[in-house]
Design a protein around this ligand. Structure first.
Ligand SMILES: Nc1nc2c(ncn2[C@@H]2O[C@H](COP(=O)(O)OP(=O)(O)OP(=O)(O)O)[C@@H](O)[C@H]2O)c(=O)[nH]1
Ligand SMILES: [Mg+2]
Length: 282
């Protein structure tokens, strides 16, 4: 099944971001640390205008720390780009981000002349969560599904930095379908646009190859299942997701498997590694 998801507000949001960026000092692009390549939006990069660019690798608490480190190295090779892994829910993690914004806009950050930072990224990566943590209170709406924020909003942190929250934006044609499946597995694509069984089998295949021990531990498996299909059956049995006649309901077990993966219940998992770093263990 081809994945494609581009709700109406996204094109407009992209236009607004392009307009707003002219009056911005620093761009904070929030990526999902588990898939930093597939979760970056090339449409945003085009709007850059040479502004300092911080790539936040969010949801670090869910990602494989070794692979995240390799991604940070990879990103920092790009000119004018700084990369910061963090968990937007943890205040201590987010503090260096403010210092970095101030450093990248040395002529601002004074009374009446705040650093103007804009938080951009694809849906559900934690942009609004990051802003709320930095603000110390719930200023922006947050939700465990994509496309929660649909309009741009400014929040004054009262520490010399003003942040703009923006709606998550994707791109109309997803020609990289492998990337689209990773996005779907991470929770960035609306439920109505995906087939849980296909995405569950895709993620299962990757985890069988890269994180077999985590699967064995989580689902109490003596032997590793031979195929993603067998894995879903094992997951369904373990979680008691049986249809009439005692057969495993593949759709429900795939959905449950994806929910577990997204919530970090299987362990800290990255869904892709940087192309330039092949030293990451097989
Ligand atoms: N585990 C974990 N979950 C996070 C983190 N940051 C955000 N989340 C969760 O991710 C989900 C999406 O968060 P939001 O802040 O609404 O994401 P957003 O990027 O603003 O999404 P849109 O407005 O839809 O574009 C919520 O369930 C958050 O609780 C993090 O660092 N770690
Ligand atoms: Mg939001």
């Amino acid at each position: 099944m081809t994945i494609r998801w581009y709700p109406g507000h996204m094109g407009k949001a992209l236009e607004q971001i392009g307009d707003l960026i002219k009056r911005i000092d620093v761009v904070i692009e929030v990526l999902d640390a588990r898939l930093p390549f597939s979760s970056s939006n090339h449409k945003l990069a085009v709007l850059r205008r040479n502004k300092p660019w911080i790539k936040v690798l969010n949801k670090y608490d869910l990602a494989d720390p070794v692979i995240t480190k390799a991604w940070v190295r990879d990103f920092e090779l790009q000119s004018g780009v700084r990369a910061l892994p963090l968990s937007a829910k943890k205040y201590a993690d987010t503090k260096p981000l403010i210092r970095l914004c101030q450093k990248l806009a040395p002529n601002r950050g004074r009374p009446g002349l705040p650093v103007r930072a804009m938080v951009v990224g694809i849906p559900n990566v934690g942009k609004s969560t990051l802003i709320n943590t930095l603000a110390g209170k719930s200023m922006a709406k947050v939700g465990d599904r994509p496309a929660v924020t649909t309009t741009t909003q400014q929040i004054d942190l009262r520490n010399g930095v003003v942040l703009s929250d923006t709606p998550g934006v994707l791109w109309p044609e997803m020609s990289d379908q492998e990337g689209a499946y990773r996005l779907a597995a991470s929770g960035a694509i609306g439920d109505n646009a995906l087939d849980y069984t296909a995405v569950g089998l895709f993620a299962g295949e990757y985890l069988l190859r890269r994180y077999p021990e985590l699967l064995k531990t989580r689902y109490g498996l003596q032997e590793l299942p031979e195929s993603p299909h067998d894995l879903m059956v094992a997951v369904g049995r373990r979680l008691g997701l049986l249809a009439t006649g005692g057969v495993v309901d593949l759709h429900r077990s795939s959905e449950a498997f994806l929910r577990e993966l997204r919530a970090g219940k299987i362990g800290r998992i990255s869904l892709e590694e940087p192309p330039s770093d092949r030293s990451v263990p097989e």
